[in-house]
Design a protein around this ligand. Structure first.
Ligand code: GAL
Length: 744
């Protein structure tokens, strides 16, 4: 009678994000909550009044259970009216949608088990985290467990194996399943083509049920700011079982264009509708003349192997040269790769030249051999936000190859970092860590990456296990550091996770520093430059002591998700941390959530709107944040590529002064952040915090800027004249502008 279906309608398709649920859906936004575990908590009659009330959309760490990992229970009390069933066309199945659960859940409806996703540590086979899976359980409407016109108790036993815990990343609800749930209306980002001021897109209506669909599809292209219709189209659809219909549109390539569609099913008159902002490109195509995009400084340890590829655009083939290189270091003129070893400490002023058949570009480039690494924020890719623990050598190589083929390497994107999920459960007899079946030869992977000018990153935990339950480095730190060095690793993300078991609620600051200082000592012994990233979610103000353990960056927050709420609270929440960022030590507000993400399951286009994505990249650059792309690069669409290859925007992140922007204006609708740049100029981010269009006139005078200072729009790479000429800005919902102000 009870049926478990995991993530049938994952709703990652652009269309169903907002309208997956029935119009009468009942949202389950609050629950009674306690930590611990007792089977009696599944019983409907249990009295949970003394439990704490939590929001279901946020992890419990964000709601007063800062450092708790292990078992916990949610109990949701919900009145289910019979009108929910009566108003439905198909009246047979109740759907319980619980969004994501960190990490494992077992769910009961009035004491009857209706589903389980993942495995608890005491299950046969051991713990399996399934946090990237959305939970959707279906219950027959006739089942005795469902109490119509009465209160029902949904009890959810949850296990959190590390990192964050609980129900999150979505809004849980119950509703009735309908025929229209089998219909998906999608507009794939990969299918959008841009041609200067026009874009062409494809809308696909597909039927995943084995019944016919009849209805009318109404589509409109809208000018959101002017509230006007650009074009509209109606179509009568008769879609065969498991078939689809496809429509093409040509639209303006500019901000503020929306598409809306609504499908009315014949007979039931049920409607599925959706409106979304169309992605538009702002970054102009690169010129044919060479341009050098690399940061103007490189920090390294004397005696370590050097690997640095000059990032440059321009008509290929490009030729590379460098004068003033320290002894022991050479440049390959055809690839722009600098290699060798610097033996003596010191600062070496180098001039780089990149030339092609049309001309040349030159840039001063300082090689600083000394104690510091990462003199500008690391830029690259990390496997976590797309592949989760399903990462494999093949997937890593595919993304690395795509980073090269799609030209991202020409803008300085270099690190290829494997996150959790690469370790075998047991060590070799000499106690060295061994990769699992998904990564047969780490050294070969490192060599493969290096030969292409890329850097190799890896992940571990100071605890016995990582957050995904893989082997950690506890008590094997030195062995692991030397193994990484032998493999050619250039970056280590070191994630607290199960170190809780070792720390055992000891809140002394030294307890938080200790595991990071042990790995620090182990890394310092290696003759290799390994950038050290602390991942412990900002506990005990890590920004105040991260440099003490020679870390080059530290995560300042819990994990990011691809929603405005998550990224804006993390990004705009960095304001007070500006004194702690600088060359060789960066605040890390987590990896980027653009492109196709999904943490190993349900890979889906980011749920951020295009304007939110421009805001995301602008803010991360103003923050001098490490830029780690978290999407599947082999599926990189034209919009996301354009977003990640703006040399003037990325130059703000990679500015050698390394200062983090300060928030200068903050009110309900607007924020203005200002970052000091090495050339005496400033980068200014103006952000619309509202969900509507907003006009902003910048308070130039109050900000201390002179009327005659020159202003440039960084995204459009266009001069706006002087301060006194900049018009009132019209910012889209959650949108922004990124300006560069000249020093004079
Ligand atoms: C989390 C961390 C994520 C990812 C994950 C792997 O603690 O914040 O970024 O590394 O662990 O299990």
């Amino acid at each position: 009678m009870f049926q478990k279906i995991t993530a049938t309608f994952a709703c990652w398709l652009l269309s169903c994000a907002a309208f997956a649920q029935h119009k009468d859906a009942i949202f389950l936004d609050k629950a009674q909550f306690t930590t611990g575990d007792d089977p009696a908590w599944s019983f409907p009659g249990f009295d949970d009044k003394t439990w704490k009330t939590l929001q279901t959309g946020q992890v419990w760490q964000a709601q007063g259970f800062d450092n708790y990992h292990g078992f916990a229970w949610y109990r949701i009390h919900v009145f289910v009216p019979s009108s929910l069933r009566e108003n439905a066309f198909w009246k047979d199945s109740l759907r319980l949608f619980l969004a994501h659960v960190n990490d494992v859940d077992e769910t009961y409806f009035n004491g009857v088990k209706v589903g389980k996703t993942g495995a608890f540590p005491d299950d046969a086979g051991g713990y399996v985290s399934k946090w990237p899976a959305t939970r959707e359980y279906h219950i027959a409407a006739e089942a005795a467990a469902v109490k119509w016109d009465a209160e029902n108790i949904i009890s959810i036993k949850v296990y959190d194996g590390g990192g964050t815990g609980g129900i999150f990343m979505g809004a849980p609800y119950i509703d009735m399943l309908e025929k229209t749930d089998g219909l998906a209306i999608t507009m794939a980002a990969e299918d959008i083509r841009y041609d200067a001021d026009k874009a062409t897109l494809t809308l696909t209506v597909s039927n995943s049920y084995s019944v016919y669909f009849d209805g009318v599809l109404k589509t409109k292209i809208l000018d959101a700011a002017a509230h006007g219709i650009i074009t509209q189209k109606n179509a009568v659809l008769h879609i065969r079982p498991l078939d689809k219909s496809v429509f093409h549109f040509t639209v303006p390539n500019r901000p503020g264009v929306e598409i809306s569609w609504s499908f009315t099913q014949t007979g039931t008159t049920l409607v599925r509708s959706e409106k979304q902002t169309l992605p538009y490109t702002l970054t102009p195509s690169p010129a044919d003349l060479p341009r050098i995009n690399s940061a103007a400084v490189l920090g390294l340890h004397p005696g370590s192997p050097v690997l640095f590829k000059i990032a440059a655009t321009g008509k290929k083939p490009l030729r590379y040269a460098a004068s003033g290189l320290p002894a022991g270091v050479q440049i390959d003129p055809s690839t722009g790769m600098i290699g060798g070893v610097v033996t003596d400490s010191g600062s070496y002023p180098v001039v780089i030249t990149v030339s092609n058949s049309l001309g040349k570009a030159q840039q001063h480039f300082n090689i600083v051999a000394g104690a510091r690494l990462a003199l500008t924020p690391p830029m690259g890719w990390n496997s976590w936000n797309c592949w989760g623990i399903n990462v494999s050598a093949d997937k890593v190589m595919q993304s690395a190859q795509a980073l090269i083929d799609k030209g991202l390497i020409d803008y300085g994107w270099t690190y290829i970092n494997i996150d959790d999920g690469w370790q075998k459960p047991v060590r070799a007899t000499d106690s060295s860590v061994v990769p699992n079946e998904k990564f047969d030869d780490m050294m070969a992977l490192g060599t493969w990456l290096h030969s292409r000018g890329l850097k190799f990153g890896i992940y571990s935990s100071p605890g016995p296990r990582t957050c995904g339950g893989y082997l950690g480095s506890y008590r094997n730190e030195e062995k692991d550091a030397s193994t990484y060095a032998a493999w050619g690793v250039d970056y280590l993300k070191y994630d607290w996770c199960s170190y809780d078991e070792i720390a055992r609620n000891d809140s002394a600051l030294t307890t938080f520093i200790k595991p990071y200082s042990i790995m620090d000592e182990a890394l310092q012994k290696q003759k290799r430059d390994i950038v050290y990233n602390l991942c412990q979610y900002g506990m005990r103000d890590v920004w105040k002591w991260g440099s003490q353990v020679h870390a080059q960056s530290w995560r300042t927050t819990e994990d990011i998700e691809d929603t405005w709420q998550s990224f804006s609270s993390i990004g705009f929440g960095q304001a007070r941390l500006y004194p702690y960022a600088g060359p060789g030590h960066w605040n890390d507000p987590d990896m980027m959530i653009v492109g196709k993400v999904g943490w190993g399951q349900d890979l889906h286009p980011t749920r951020l709107t295009p304007d939110e994505q421009y805001t995301h990249v602008s803010l991360w650059c103003l923050l001098s944040a490490p830029l780690l792309i978290g999407c599947d690069l082999s599926k990189l669409d034209a919009f996301t590529r354009n977003l990640l290859t703006n040399s003037e925007v990325l130059a703000i992140d990679q500015d050698v002064l390394g200062s983090q922007a300060q928030r200068m204006v903050e009110n309900d609708s607007t924020q203005v952040w200002v970052k000091q740049l090495a050339d005496g100029g400033k980068a200014i981010g103006v952000f619309n915090m509202t969900s509507g269009y907003s006009h902003v006139r910048l308070p130039w005078k109050e900000l201390g800027f002179r009327r005659t200072q020159r202003v440039r729009d960084a995204w459009r790479q266009k001069s706006l004249g002087t301060v006194q000429n900049v018009p009132r800005l019209l910012l889209p919902p959650h949108g922004s502008v990124l300006l560069k102000l000249a020093s004079n």
